[in-house]
Design a protein around this ligand. Structure first.
Ligand SMILES: O=c1[nH]c(=O)c2nc[nH]c2[nH]1
Length: 477
């Protein structure tokens, strides 16, 4: 593996913003962050410029100034932790935006299975996966929990590409031995397990300690996996202690199907529990229609939820109750869920998480009958959706001590955000291509961040680092 950041220590200067807790952002101005050659944050010093860093921090770190790479954020820029996309299908990337009026089960048959099946072609898989990684990096996604396809070699290729392009990733070879079309199915439970093992072995071969890329056990969803496959995947999880990802309680028709296929289970989540899959390392995508008992079971087992608001709206699945899950102690992060979701951007998912939480309490919404105070509480603030996009996501993928914030000991997974600053003498015709966010200079920082959340896009994402390595730099026109 290439050493992060060409083996250089780094000094980063400017404004740093990150979540201190669910409802609080911390703003660190005129701050110096030191990142060592392994990509780890080794010092954070507020009220510190380059001269002070050189005279006080470098001797402590035994750094010599000539060997340090310096990055300085401008006044209109800030550093923010990289986004964690806790649920997306790299194999569906070419289909983003294409869903018509479909709902989950017909969407799978019409758009999704044919696209995934076509990625048995390695050249096509290379093109799709390369572009998916490049695009998500450009939107500030430094960690992604990917579903690939049932094909081993193309799945392994996705892992290779994440490693070489520098994106932190969980790569899942999809298991499905029923429900899918004959042309896109595992032949047997044994073959599904053997193929999963082949991908695990491959990733161990390219990143022995899973420092950047990790395998993730991926039963597609309960209706697509036979009891035998789920039982063997449960055994594989206990043997390897790897994370697991799947879908749960996304759509009414799907839930009815699960009830029919697994009549002995008390709920959808209970199906996974019976096979020993529901545990601290499980990421459950969607969780739109959880019952009270189901959510309690998920909380007791310590499983996590990937909230996918773009997808839940696009394919008409419904509105997940995020506050309710958080209050039960369930860890929640955000997922773009491409291509159920139409956007590669976690920022878009954050903005949709806010809007969907408002919809829950509007007239006709699921929570409209709650008392006023409860309705207010159900709404997610800018601070909260940004927490879900970073620290919350880090918890969901099991990396809460490593990524999601700026703390000594964490890794430098970060993005430099630039906002268009309207200067006093600006004429209309000198608008720069800084994206949709115009800052006039009088806004306090929390309002600048709110403008970014609701109007920002990849034009504002100037640079992106993973483990200290610069993995994306926006080329200005
Ligand atoms: O949003 C979703 N996308 C998928 O690919 C899928 N497969 C099962 N269930 C699913 N839900």
């Amino acid at each position: 593996m290439a050493p992060p950041n060409n083996g250089k220590n780094q000094l980063i200067l400017g404004t740093f913003i990150h979540s201190r807790k669910l409802d609080e952002l911390q703003y660190l101005h005129n701050t110096a962050v030191c990142v060592d050659t392994s990509g780890k944050i080794v010092a954070i010093e507020p009220e510190c410029d380059q001269a002070k860093a050189e005279s006080t921090l470098f001797p402590r770190l035994r750094w010599s100034a000539e060997e340090v790479m310096v990055t300085v954020g401008k006044d209109s820029q800030f550093f923010f932790p990289g986004f964690v996309d806790t649920h997306l299908h790299a194999s569906q990337y070419p289909n983003v935006g294409i869903f018509g009026k479909s709902t989950l089960l017909d969407w799978l048959n019409t758009y999704t299975f044919p696209m995934e099946a076509s990625l048995s072609s390695l050249p096509k898989a290379r093109r799709v996966y390369t572009r998916c990684i490049r695009r998500t990096l450009a939107h500030g996604t430094t960690t992604a929990a990917y579903y690939a396809t049932i094909h081993v070699e193309p799945t392994n290729l996705l892992a290779d590409l994440c490693l070489s392009m520098g994106q932190r990733a969980f790569v899942g070879r999809v298991c499905m031995d029923q429900l899918g079309p004959a042309y896109y199915l595992d032949e047997s439970p044994e073959q599904a397990i053997a193929a999963t093992r082949a991908t695990i072995d491959h990733i161990r071969g390219i990143d022995a300690n899973f420092d950047l890329v990790s395998p993730i056990i991926t039963p597609r969803f309960a209706p697509a996996c036979s009891a035998d496959t789920m039982r063997q995947l449960g055994e594989l999880q206990r043997e390897t202690e790897l994370p697991v990802q799947t879908h749960v309680s996304e759509n009414a028709g799907e839930i009815a199907l699960v009830r029919e296929l697994f009549p002995d289970s008390t709920s959808y989540a209970d199906v996974y529990d019976r096979y020993g899959l529901l545990g601290e390392k499980m990421i459950l995508a969607h969780a739109v229609h959880l019952s009270e008992e189901e959510a309690d079971l998920i909380a007791r087992r310590g499983a996590k939820v990937s909230h996918c608001p773009c997808s839940n709206s696009a394919i008409t699945s419904g509105e997940a109750r995020v506050r309710w899950m958080l209050e039960k102690g369930i860890g929640v992060g955000l997922g773009t869920d491409m291509s159920g979701g139409y956007s590669p951007s976690v920022l878009e998912a954050a903005r949709q998480a806010s809007l969907v939480s408002n919809h829950l309490v509007m007239p006709g919404g699921k929570l409209h009958e709650l008392p006023q105070e409860e309705r207010e509480k159900a709404k997610l603030s800018v601070e909260e959706v940004l927490y879900l996009a970073t620290r919350g996501g880090a918890e969901v993928v099991g990396l809460r001590d490593k990524i999601g914030a700026f703390e000594v000991g964490m890794e430098w997974d970060a993005q430099l955000i630039g906002l268009g600053m309207v200067c006093e003498e600006a004429a209309e015709d000198d608008m720069e291509d800084e994206g949709n966010v115009d800052v006039f200079g009088w806004e306090p920082w929390d309002e600048r961040v709110a403008k970014w959340v609701f109007n920002g896009d990849d034009r504002n994402t100037k640079k992106v680092w993973v483990r200290g390595r610069l993995v994306h730099e926006r080329k200005e026109n």
